[in-house]
Write a protein that binds this ligand. Structure first.
Ligand code: ARG
Length: 586
């Protein structure tokens, strides 16, 4: 299926050739076309061009208008204001572009990006033996959406779940398990909830001994050394913590309706064998220097409160490697072995200094260069409805699972209220799709770098910029299409369109450009804004135009069925890129 040239692109081409006829020195200047309330489009580029050519902008605009071929694509073009062009399209052109997108059910006419590369995307990275929190939720939701959008544009994506599965705390945990062998049930015997409560119990108990018993502390310290030097018994016990934690992670990801691949869970420990070499390379090239026994990297621009330079610690004085060494090793692996052209990290904005230092170090070492870009999509904090960091009433961090369960429960109330002909099982199934969709959408519809409020009442509201509003719009169309016998509608480009049909049709034509922009800018909120507007235009279309009315000639019914069918497909596709379901009935 050939990609569809968008109406914007077609009009742009027309204008550009009229422009070069009117002002040859303009070359291939951009007419700066945008959607407008006054007409379908407005071109604003003439002003700057006229200024450059020392011409009168209105005269130049008039000359361009006289050069534009009208009739087929452009119905009307006129000069307005100081030299803008207002452009109205023919109804025929709109219907034909919709029909072409409709004829391509998989991609809706959306082209692949021209210079696709390989993006390694680091997201959904919880920590072993620790409960996931709302921050991990954001990383998973945003990462999954970015990946969906990038894949759709033709980018090759590789996921990396850089879980926290290494570090000194494992010495304490493993030593405790050696001394209290019955404490952790085998991973195969527990569900996600049990796994987490076992891990929590072991964590708390081992911490207590660690803090109160100096001799245990010493045994735990030796255990870290055993772990890092690859002692078999120690590694086996460490693996039990990882396996138990994975049972828990998978139960949360399943609740989130998110597919996480086991071969993409590549945590900090996976780079253990590379750490020493990473340190050696940095030291030999002089990028890192020894300072009080530790191996560190300094940055002129990065200073702490006392104006002292804050270094990145590659290796501690006791020889241990930490978070920075594993991230630097991961960069080498991702660039050299995975052939990444882009490294994307979806990590809390509070780690942005860490990434600044890690990226700069990798640049100095030559691991990042002109062919590879690294970017931390740092996201903001999740706040409670009161605008304060999200905590329970008792001031504790909110358990992620409780939060998701509550969202699904609220969604069930909303679905039940509206559902006429749904069974209880169907209500529960929809509730999961609506509730989890609501959580994802609320997160994605805010610009990622900003904090956002976790407000369940607002999230499952039927009116407003929510996923359930979009899901209802979709289900409503599906119900109309079922009534119409689900026949594949035919287009009738000869028909005149109602204003509301034109507005909806023009917006549908902009899907490809929106997806391209949202993917290129890592901005899922641009896609949610587009989809919300789509659903709103659909609502005004319903207000003004009947689809299945006996008063409508067959051609009008068919044309409108095509319009709403393409709207449904666009809603479905857009939501699925974001990881949100669109149930057929609600
Ligand atoms: N596990 C870390 C945390 O919970 C996030 C890991 C982010 N990714 C990375 N490559 N450092 O804070």
């Amino acid at each position: 299926m050939a990609p569809v040239t968008s109406l914007t692109a077609s009009v742009n081409q027309r204008l550009a050739s009229a422009l070069s006829a009117a002002l040859p020195e303009a070359g291939s200047a951009d007419p700066l076309l945008r959607r407008s309330d006054r007409a379908d489009f407005q071109a604003n580029g003439i002003l700057a061009l006229a200024k450059k050519a020392k011409a009168n902008p209105r005269e130049l605009a008039t000359e361009v208008v006289s050069q534009v071929v009208t009739g087929d694509l452009i119905k009307d073009i006129e000069v307005s204001g100081p030299g803008f062009l207002n452009i109205t399209l023919t109804d025929r052109a709109i219907t034909e572009s919709l029909a072409a997108r409709h004829a391509d059910p998989d991609r809706l006419g959306v082209p692949f990006a021209e210079n696709a590369g390989t993006t390694v995307i680091d997201y959904a990275q919880p920590n072993v033996a620790k409960e996931m929190h709302v921050g991990h939720l954001r990383s998973a939701v945003i990462g999954d959406a970015l990946r969906g959008m990038l894949d759709f544009t033709g980018e090759r994506t590789i996921g990396r779940h850089h879980i926290g599965d290494w570090g000194t705390q494992f010495g304490m945990l493993i030593q405790y398990l050696i001394e209290n062998p019955g404490e952790l049930a085998p991973a195969a015997d527990v569900d996600g909830n049990q796994a987490m409560s076992n891990l929590n119990r072991v964590y708390k108990a081992s911490r207590a001994v660690f803090d109160s018993d100096e001799e245990f502390k010493e045994r735990a310290r030796k255990r870290v050394v055993a772990l890092q030097s690859g002692d078999k018994e120690t590694l086996d016990l460490w693996q039990r913590f990882v396996d138990e934690s994975k049972v828990y992670f998978y139960s949360v990801f399943e609740k989130l309706d998110m597919e996480i691949r086991d071969d993409e869970i590549v945590g900090e420990s996976a780079y253990n064998d590379m750490m020493a070499e990473t340190a050696r390379l940095l030291e030999e090239s002089g990028v890192a220097v020894r300072s009080e026994g530790a191996l560190v990297v300094f940055f002129d621009e990065i200073r702490g409160k006392d104006d002292q330079p804050v270094p990145l610690i590659v290796q501690k004085a006791d020889g241990g490697f930490g978070y920075a060494a594993s991230d630097l090793s991961a960069i080498r692996n991702r660039v050299i072995d995975l052939h990444a052209t882009t490294l994307l990290y979806v990590v809390d904005v509070r780690q942005s200094l860490h990434f600044r230092m890690v990226f700069e170090t990798a640049r100095r070492a030559g691991w990042l260069n002109a062919d590879v870009t690294a970017h931390n999509m740092g996201y903001g904090t999740v706040l409670g409805a009161d605008g304060k960091p999200f905590k329970t009433r008792e001031g504790e961090t909110v358990r992620l699972e409780d939060l998701l369960d509550e969202a699904v429960q609220r969604a069930a109330e909303v679905v039940r209220e509206k559902a006429r002909d749904l069974t209880e099982d169907e209500i529960q199934e929809r509730a999961a799709q609506v509730g989890i969709g609501a959580v994802k959408y609320a997160d994605l519809s805010t610009s990622p770098s900003r904090d956002y409020k976790f407000d369940l009442d607002q999230m499952v509201s039927l009116n407003g910029d929510t996923s359930v509003y979009l899901q209802y719009a979709y289900a409503r169309i599906r119900s109309i299409l079922r009534k119409a016998g689900d026949a594949c509608p035919a287009a009738h480009p000869e028909l005149d369109l109602h204003e509301a049909e034109r507005a909806l049709g023009l917006h549908l034509d902009g899907f490809a450009e929106t997806v391209a922009e949202a993917a290129a800018e890592y901005a899922p909120h641009k896609l949610t804004a587009y989809l919300y507007q789509l659903a709103s235009l659909l609502t005004s279309f319903y207000d003004k135009c009947q689809v299945l009315s006996d008063d409508n000639p067959t051609e009008v019914v068919e044309n409108r069925l095509l319009l709403v069918d393409l709207t449904a497909r666009t809603l479905h596709r857009g939501m699925s890129l974001l990881g949100i379901r669109t149930p057929e009935r609600l």
